[in-house]
Design a protein around this ligand. Structure first.
Ligand SMILES: NC(=O)c1ccc[n+]([C@@H]2O[C@H](COP(=O)([O-])OP(=O)(O)OC[C@H]3O[C@@H](n4cnc5c(N)ncnc54)[C@H](OP(=O)(O)O)[C@@H]3O)[C@@H](O)[C@H]2O)c1
Length: 311
C-alpha cells in the first residue's frame, strides 16, 4: 500500500510517499514517518483523513492500533493521510509531577523561612499560629498525595501531552501556591477561631480521603496499561455525581479555606472550580453520548454533574 503523507496545506511531508504492507497498522505508519523524518516520533504525530475543501466536518483521527486498510475507501492500494506536528511531547506523569512539585516545595519555604523580611516587611518577630502549621501539613499532604496518585493510581488513556502544557500548568500551580502561602504564613495573618479551624480541616481531610477513594474507583475501570476506554463510574459518590473526584477536590479546598480564610485561597477555589466545572460538563456529555441506551449499550444514569446539590 502506498501512503501519501501531506500537511494540512496539502504539501507533501514525505517525498515520494511511504510503501507499507497491506496488513500495516497506523502505528506502523507512524514508525515509518519517524524513521524518514527523524524528528517526528509517534506521539508528536496527529494523523487524520483528508476532508473535502470547504467542509465543516471534523477530520477522522487515525487510531494507532487500527489497520490502515480500515481507512481506505474501497481502494486499498493507496491512501492519503494528513499529518500535523503536535510539537514536543512529555508523558502525563512528567507533566503532573512538575506541576505538583512546585506547590509542594514552595509552600513550606514561606512557612519555614522568614521570606517576608526579604520582601520588605520590617515587623517584630514572627509568631507562628497553630493554624499555619496545620495548613502547611494539610497542603503538603495534598500535593504529596497527588504525586503518589499520578505514579501509582491513575491509569491515563493518553500517553503524552504537549511540552508547552508543562510551562502553562506550572505557572498556574506554582503561582497560586506562592500567592496562598504568602498570605497564610504572613506575620500579620489573623487566625480564625479554634472551632472554625477544626471544622474546616476535619471536613477538608474527609474530602481528601474521599477524593483518593474516587481515584481508586476510576483506576479500577481500566486495565493497568490504561486500555479499556471510558466506562460508567459506579460506587460511593459516583452513584450520585459524574465527577465525584472533582466534587471532593473542590470541597476539600473549601475545607482548607474555611480553616485558613484568605482571599488568595478563595480565589484559587473559584478558579479551580470553574476549570473543573468545564471539564466535568465535557466528561458528563461524553459519558451520556457513549452510553445512550441504544443498540444494546447501557444508558447513562441520571446524576449530578459536579457539585451536588447545585450542578
Ligand atoms: N485544583 C485544581 O485546579 C485541579 C484541577 C484538575 C484536577 N485536579 C485534581 O487532579 C485529579 C486528576 O485530574 P484529572 O483531570 O486527570 O482527572 P480525571 O480526568 O477525571 O480522572 C483521573 C483518571 O481517571 C481516568 N478516568 C476518568 N473518567 C474515567 C471513566 N469514565 N472511565 C475510565 N477512566 C476514567 C482518567 O483517564 P484519562 O487519562 O482518559 O483522562 C484519568 O486517568 C482530579 O481528580 C482532581 O483531584 C485539581
Amino acid at each position: 500500500m502506498k501512503v501519501t503523507v501531506v500537511s494540512r496545506s496539502g504539501r507533501e511531508v514525505i517525498k515520494g510517499g511511504i510503501d507499507l504492507s497491506d496488513s500495516a497498522t497506523v502505528a506502523d505508519l507512524q514508525e515509518a514517518i519517524h524513521k524518514r523524518t527523524k524528528k517526528f516520533y509517534p506521539s508528536r504525530q496527529r494523523l487524520t483523513l483528508p476532508v473535502p475543501s470547504g467542509s465543516k466536518e471534523r477530520p477522522t483521527v487515525l487510531a494507532a492500533k487500527k489497520s490502515l486498510k480500515e481507512y481506505t475507501d474501497g481502494n486499498s492500494d493507496s491512501l492519503t493521510i494528513v499529518f500535523k506536528d503536535l510539537g514536543p511531547q512529555v508523558s502525563y506523569r512528567t507533566l503532573f509531577f512538575f506541576e505538583y512539585l512546585g506547590p509542594l516545595i514552595l509552600y513550606p519555604v514561606f512557612y519555614y523561612f522568614n521570606v517576608y523580611e526579604f520582601l520588605g516587611y520590617k515587623g517584630s518577630e514572627r509568631v507562628i499560629h497553630p493554624v499555619q502549621t496545620y495548613a502547611m501539613y494539610y497542603w503538603c499532604f495534598h500535593y504529596f498525595k497527588r504525586i503518589m496518585e499520578t505514579f501509582f493510581v491513575h491509569r491515563f488513556s493518553h500517553a503524552t501531552s504537549p511540552l508547552s502544557n508543562v510551562f502553562r500548568n506550572c505557572a498556574y500551580y506554582w503561582t497560586f501556591g506562592c500567592y496562598i502561602a504568602y498570605y497564610v504564613n504572613h506575620p500579620l495573618y489573623t487566625p480564625v477561631g479554634d472551632l472554625q479551624m477544626k471544622i474546616g480541616f476535619a471536613f477538608g481531610a474527609l474530602c481528601q480521603v474521599s477524593n483518593f477513594y474516587c481515584h481508586i474507583l476510576l483506576s479500577n475501570l481500566r486495565s493497568p496499561d490504561g486500555s479499556g476506554g471510558y466506562q460508567i463510574p459506579r460506587g460511593f459518590l459516583f452513584n450520585i455525581v459524574t465527577c465525584a473526584n472533582y466534587a471532593t477536590e473542590i470541597y476539600q479546598w473549601l475545607g482548607f479555606n474555611v480553616a485558613t480564610q484568605t482571599v488568595a485561597g478563595y480565589l484559587f477555589l473559584v478558579v479551580a472550580a470553574s476549570i473543573m466545572t468545564n471539564w466535568a460538563l465535557a466528561k458528563h456529555r461524553r459519558l451520556k453520548k457513549l452510553f445512550d441506551g441504544k443498540d444494546g449499550r447501557p444508558k447513562y444514569p441520571r446524576r449530578w454533574i459536579i457539585l451536588p446539590p447545585f450542578l
